[in-house]
Design a protein around this ligand. Structure first.
Ligand code: CAA
Length: 259
């Protein structure tokens, strides 16, 4: 059992909940938290009994961004040599199982970028989302200019990133950045319910679906359709495909094994 200092991990099979926990710094993402997230996600990705992950913070804050105190000390050479936080964006983005961000309070800068590396975003109604980096003389460095633009389109992304202003959860939902807005106090419950629903489906099919959709963000249409075709054909070799189709024809619930 790994002891973490900046996060906590609770596994209630088949769901794992990873909670950011640096309350004194509004869950700001520092090198330690980034490393711990990578270690935790490596282990959860390798654990077949975990089928879906919820990534959350506290009611007050999901994450107020990269740790400004830590960054303030770094020169251009140092931040580039350290490849600032890149492993954590990559780890969340490449996580093979569905990962749901459950937001409350603030999701700013690197905090919003972390949420945008996830697959589904649930937010409580008071959540404020934004990319405030221009306020401190930098730009988003965790994929924000790219993922936010893909999520909300060029014009809204320009407005958010160039003004550094915050967006409400309802506005984020209207722009397709958030899936569900729920009353404060219910965001974790709602995310966990969604995770349970996904975890009840055929694991290999879920994984392939995620890979195909995530792939659409990095490819042109023809290449993306080729990826989908390949994954679709591969699933015909799975036991779960036989079980799912047989169960449908026999009018019973499928019993998926993840093979
Ligand atoms: N890094 C380090 N510490 C932070 C922090 C951050 N991103 N955000 C908040 N904190 C700390 C504050 O310094 C303060 O610490 P002290 O008590 O030691 O002074 C504590 O958390 C509480 O913060 P506030 O007093 O500011 O709380 P508030 O309720 O008045 O305001 C807030 C909340 C609007 C979120 C405000 O804290 C804020 O604007 N935070 C900074 C947000 C930001 O600029 N994020 C982007 C960072 S850059 C980035 O993320 C780059 C990237 O793309 C990778």
């Amino acid at each position: 059992m790994v002891e973490y200092q900046t996060i906590s991990v609770v596994v209630e099979k088949p769901i794992a909940t990873v909670k950011l926990s640096r309350p004194d710094a509004l869950n700001a993402l520092n090198a330690k938290m980034a490393h711990e997230l990578v270690v935790a996600l490596d282990s959860l990705d390798a654990d077949d009994s975990v089928r879906c992950v919820v990534l959350t913070g506290s009611d007050k804050v999901f994450c107020a961004g990269a740790d400004v105190k830590e960054m303030a000390q770094l020169s251009a050479a140092e931040i580039s040599m350290a490849d600032h936080l890149r492993p954590v964006w990559e780890r969340v983005w490449r996580f093979r199982k569905p990962i749901i961000a459950a937001l409350s309070g603030y999701a700013l800068g690197g905090g919003l970028e972390l949420a945008m590396c996830c697959d589904i975003i649930v937010a409580s109604e008071g959540t404020k989302l934004g990319q405030p980096e221009v306020n401190i003389g930098i730009i988003p460095g965790g994929g924000g200019t790219q993922r936010l633009t893909r999520a909300v389109g060029k014009y809204k992304a320009m407005e958010m990133i160039l003004t550094g202003g915050m967006m409400s959860a309802d506005e984020a939902k209207a722009h397709g950045l958030v899936n569900r807005v729920v009353p404060t106090g219910r965001y974790l419950e709602e995310a966990t319910k969604l995770a349970s629903e996904i975890a009840s489906k055929a694991p290999l099919a879920v994984r392939s679906a995620k890979q195909a959709i995530a792939g659409s963000q990095e490819r042109g249409l023809s290449e993306g359709i080729e990826l989908e075709r390949r994954l679709f054909y591969e699933l015909f070799g799975s036991e779960d495909r036989k079980e799912g189709m047989s169960a449908f024809l026999e009018k019973r619930k499928p019993n998926f094994s993840g093979r």
